[in-house]
Design a protein around this ligand. Sequence first.
Ligand SMILES: [Zn+2]
Ligand SMILES: [Zn+2]
Ligand SMILES: [Zn+2]
Ligand SMILES: [Zn+2]
Ligand SMILES: [Zn+2]
Length: 337
Amino acid sequence: MSARRKRRRSAAPKPELRCVCGHELRRYWRFCPHCGRAQVWGDTTRVTGAECYRCGWIVSDRFSYCPWCGTDIYEEGHSAEEPLKAPNGFTFHAWCDRACGGGVEYPMPHCPWCGAGQHWNDGNDFEGDCPRCGRGVNDWMNACPWCGKDASGQDLIPEALTRVRRLLLVSRIRPWGYRVLLRPGVSGVDPRWPKIVEMDQQYVVGKRKRDEIPWPMLVGLLAHELGHSYLYHNWRWTRTERFRRAFDEVDKAYRGVDDTWVDFQRRRVATTLVDYVSTYAATHPQEYFAETFRFYVTRRGRLRDLFAELGRKRKGLVVYEKFLALHDYARGRWGGT
Ligand SMILES: [Zn+2]
Ligand SMILES: [Zn+2]
Ligand SMILES: [Zn+2]
Ligand SMILES: [Zn+2]
Ligand SMILES: [Zn+2]
């Protein structure tokens, strides 16, 4: 990844750049991120008078290769004998990666002069990376505009998602519009986007067999992260007497830790700390809440079973209070005090 390929900001989507489904597009996106339809960017406004015979996308008759599909389109007497910077109808964004001397426009996958593959860094304009192709995607996108696959990565973890949805349902936690995204390198919820739940894709991406994927761990991690999201979404609740009594001040300095390393596979309540449900819960009140949420949900909201286990492990009263507070809140009995 070379720094010089850092691309310029492309213009904001113009109203005429729309998919047939009506969704706005940016020029040269291969797929509509809303409906996933493949796009063909032809010479609709008659700028160059030329389209690739193979893919139908706009080209210049000075080109030797189609910059979109890589096909050899050299034509004697038309194609430029020496690479150009930018022929009519195209904009110069960078020099060819292979240094043939020609210019390329974002996001051409091939050099129109020598045909070499081009690498683009589109990170700055997008909120995340596609779990399939690694190119830039935004949180709201259903399909990746570059590879056309599910941009959220949810299709890679259907078992875990189905399981957690069912657990939330039987625990009677009402859906709050959360959105799960598989992304590289992090698991967590940013308080600025409380409904976006990011899951580290390392547990899934690159695994050849489905049985290599740690499903119980993913379900636990998902339940924990959903706990963070749920709390941010119900932040008013944290201002009540009852919540504070149970969970303390949740907004005291918080590092916004990455939860990736924690052992979310454990379904048993830890025996070590009397006043905590798990070791990780002791790190911060927000983590304590997320852990409470995880245990509550993975035990299907069955307080009696949970309390029996807490009793056997000789947990302090404060642990019970947390589960009770969540239980009552989920059932709409939070009373304000
Ligand atoms: Zn569309
Ligand atoms: Zn082509
Ligand atoms: Zn080139
Ligand atoms: Zn992709
Ligand atoms: Zn956490």
